[in-house]
Design a binder for this molecule. Structure first.
Ligand code: 5RP
Length: 235
């Protein structure tokens, strides 16, 4: 048996095999992405040439610490590959992300990338999204209005047993890297992730939500660590 953290490290090292010299990489956020950034740093130290763009301030700090060269996001339009973690993936590779409160920058980078590799321990693969509370980034203004509108949309999209709370950290509402709140929505099950993603983003106070639908056209690969070795899933 190997631990969840060992599975994360295993998935990260499998993802590293997809990285070619000269690539421009999106660097995800969270403990699994951190394994990848550290492993990439070790490769860079041996002379391997790539450049990265971080999806959070935490990842930026880690990348600098381990010597991964970074580019300014405003200097680029597309990336070759983004490697990021996930809180859940269904078997169509639709994701829930945002457990690390970085979903907005993660989605900007993912949508600008030709290929997204999602790395995770095997517990993240689920038959239906929604057990992990869906994070939604909302503005600080008029939260009562925004939360009420989110509740209506979630109910219209078939979510039952809904519980919502603004994420707290150190006794205060967490503020994202972009100056917003995260609303965590316990949905239990999300019947139609793609529709819910679109409908939530129509609410003016919603900046972005943590559903990453696997839209046709963009390449997505899921790499799961497991006691029997890394599993690579592409559909
Ligand atoms: C951050 C994320 C993370 O990728 C997600 O929460 C998974 O984290 P971990 O790798 O620590 O399990 O979406 O916003």
């Amino acid at each position: 048996m190997i631990s969840a953290d060992e599975q994360k490290a295993q998935a990260a090292s499998e993802a590293l095999k997809f990285v070619q010299e000269g690539m421009l990489l999106g660097l995800g956020t969270g403990s699994t992405a951190a394994h990848f950034v550290r492993q990439l740093g070790a490769k860079v130290a041996q002379g391997f040439k790539i450049a990265g763009v971080p999806t959070s301030i935490a990842t930026e700090e880690l990348a600098k610490e381990v010597g991964v060269p970074l580019l300014n996001i405003d200097e680029i339009t597309t990336l070759d590959l983004v490697i990021d973690g996930a809180d859940e993936s269904d078997n169509k590779l639709n994701l829930i992300k945002g457990g690390g409160a970085a979903l907005l920058r993660e989605k900007v980078i993912a949508q600008a990338s030709k290929h997204m590799i999602v790395i995770a321990d095997e517990s993240k693969l689920v038959s239906k999204l929604g057990k992990f509370p869906l994070p939604i980034e909302i503005i600080q203004f008029a939260t009562t209005i925004t939360i009420n509108q989110i509740k209506l949309v979630l109910e219209q999209c078939g979510v039952k047993g809904l519980v919502m709370a603004i994420r707290q950290k150190d006794g205060k509402s967490l503020i994202t890297d972009n100056g917003n709140y995260i609303l965590d929505c316990q949905c239990l099950e999300i019947p139609d992730p793609e529709t819910l993603c679109i409908e939530l983003n129509k609410i003016p106070g919603v900046v972005e939500n943590g559903i990453f639908p696997n839209f046709k056209g963009a390449k997505r690969t899921l790499i799961l660590g497991s006691p029997n070795g890394a599993r690579v899933i592409e559909i």
